[in-house]
Design a protein around this ligand. Structure first.
Ligand code: GLN
Length: 304
């Protein structure tokens, strides 16, 4: 199937809606400055076909999409031991909620809420130079150098009061081994990874290929079983407390970020990345979700 016309149609349908609804994340100035009037979409199929439309080559802050990649690293390194510290249930709460964490003795519900990702960052830090390992993984998967946006990372650190609270809470329950400051330094940097839709579609392509490396001819990124689990977690927890609605209306494993990006997987077919900075009230990209809904409607590709 030639996907280029499908992406062009989606771009043409959604472009007129740019700026009509939603709000750009404003919790740090570096994100608040991003103009809302962007829409990009890219995909990579299992057999290496690529297609993109709109602003697919404009880099943006991937934010919580990074949780997918740090989880991949941690699953690869720690295997099942990882799940002693982190659950696998949807939270039904906003991504930065503190309440549940207190009720559940500092064990985060899942790796895709902030608390869970901070716990993953702690595990990676115990294994070595986590920031270097994250950059190495992202650059290897995307096939070109990927970098942190240091300005975004610094603003995250300057204003991340809730994330400090979450990390301190977990530390008080003995659920974080490293000091809070270096653990959050990893977390703030991973949120500040700058990538384009096309780079993201490539980097996450292993999720539609049973863990095989996106670019072929290189060692697998993770096992088939780990890939199934990553996709299951994306479907149930990847879009925070909108995960049920997203499964209902799109039916694909997705991981979103407050920078306006969303990665979606059609297992055994392709990986998609969409970006549009204006968010809905759950912190997911409004037009990004619309684009995925249109893609599924136009192609009939869904896991259901
Ligand atoms: N940097 C953001 C935070 O920690 C990431 C959240 C997100 O993308 N949902 O609050």
């Amino acid at each position: 199937m030639n996907f280029q016309p499908v992406l062009d149609e989606i771009d043409a349908e959604l472009r007129p809606l740019l700026g009509r609804a939603g709000t750009v994340a404003s919790y740090i100035p570096a994100l608040a400055r991003v103009p809302a009037l962007h829409f990009g979409i890219a995909l990579r199929t299992c057999d290496g076909q690529e297609a993109c439309a709109g602003d697919a080559a404009v880099p943006f802050s991937i934010q919580s999409i990074s949780k997918l990649f740090t989880l991949t690293l941690a699953m690869r390194r720690l295997g099942d031991a990882l799940w002693q510290r982190i659950g696998r249930e949807p939270s039904g709460n906003p991504f930065n909620s503190l309440v549940q964490l207190e009720n559940e003795q500092g064990k985060p519900r899942n790796p895709f809420i902030n608390a869970g990702a901070i716990a993953v960052a702690d595990r990676l830090l115990s294994q070595g130079d986590a920031q270097r390992d994250i950059l190495a993984l992202m650059s290897d998967l995307a096939g070109e150098p990927i970098a942190f946006d240091e300005e975004v990372a610094a603003s995250e650190a300057a204003t991340g009061y809730r994330n400090y609270a979450l990390a301190n809470f977990m530390k008080s329950f003995g659920k974080i081994d490293n000091d809070v400051a270096p653990t959050l330094d990893v977390y703030f940097h991973q949120c500040a990874l700058r990538m384009t839709c096309l780079q993201l579609a490539r980097a996450a392509a292993f999720l539609s290929r049973d863990g095989a490396h996106p670019l072929g001819g290189r060692p697998a990124v993770c096992t088939e079983r780990q890939t199934r689990r990553l996709n299951a977690l994306m479907l149930t927890c990847g879009t925070y407390d909108a995960a049920g609605d997203v499964a209902f209306s799109i039916g694909l494993p997705c991981k979103s970020g407050v920078g306006g990006g969303i990665v979606a997987v059609v297992p055994d077919h392709l990986t998609l990345a969409v970006w549009s900075p204006a968010l809905d009230t759950t912190g997911n990209s409004l037009l990004g979700l619309k684009a995925l809904e249109l893609f599924v409607a136009k192609t009939g590709l869904s896991v259901f």
